[in-house]
Design a protein around this ligand. Structure first.
Ligand SMILES: [Zn+2]
Length: 210
């Protein structure tokens, strides 16, 4: 094992770590030994054969996919169903818009109420460690404002869809949100903001039931 000549430090280290692995067991190696390795991909195959047929598995996985309830995914699927086509997370653009409707010269952001400090019951800054959160969330708000300003300056239009319009107690009908976005896309209005329906709700308190 110590065939590496003296003075060959990396070689010695390698030999030393190999000894340690022999002693303690290499977790990676142990894991591999529990299942066979696919020679093509180098990935470990499942230890037990899949009890579902490939067709059943495909159906199962598709079902799991469709249960993704992240507000952005819910909206994206609904817009796609309505026949709208868009590009996703366009990095070259200021603020990396979630959706870009190139032909309509429009961008759309789905903002989480907490992280983007929406003025709604979901967007209240925590009382614990308030100073830290105020600074952090203020930075996010400033960044959002400057992204919007820059996109508008470049001739893009900007829509903000708040998370609370898509999930929780104040959420709007998905059809209503899609209709409003469609109307805006076909207009020449530079900005659009869609928030939850908080009318009649107390603000200034974090509602645990939302
Ligand atoms: Zn909100």
């Amino acid at each position: 094992m110590l065939s590496a000549g003296t003075g060959n430090v990396p070689g010695l280290l390698k030999a030393y770590s190999a000894c340690l692995i022999t002693f303690f067991g290499n977790p990676k190696q142990n894991a591999i030994e529990q299942g066979s390795v696919d020679r093509m991909t180098g990935r470990r195959r499942a230890v037990r054969p899949d009890p579902l047929s490939p067709e059943q598995r495909r159906h199962n996985m598709a079902q799991i996919g469709s249960r993704d309830s992240k507000p952005e995914m819910v909206l994206r699927r609904a817009l796609h169903r309505a026949g709208l086509r868009y590009r996703l997370h366009v990095r070259g653009m200021r603020g990396t818009p979630d959706l870009v409707f190139t032909r309509c010269r429009a961008t759309l952001f789905v903002h989480g109420c907490f992280w983007h400090a929406h003025i709604c019951p979901l967007g209240i800054t925590p009382a614990t460690n308030a100073e830290f959160w105020v600074k952090k969330l203020e930075r996010n708000v400033e960044r959002d404002a400057s992204s919007t300003a820059e996109l508008l300056r470049q001739g893009w239009r900007v829509a903000i869809v708040w998370e609370c319009s898509l999930k929780g107690r104040a959420r709007r009908q998905l059809d209503e949100v899609v209709a409003e976005i469609t109307r805006w896309l076909n207009s020449d209005e530079p900005e659009l903001e869609i928030a939850g329906n908080w009318e009649g709700w107390p603000t200034g308190v974090r509602n645990s039931f939302v």
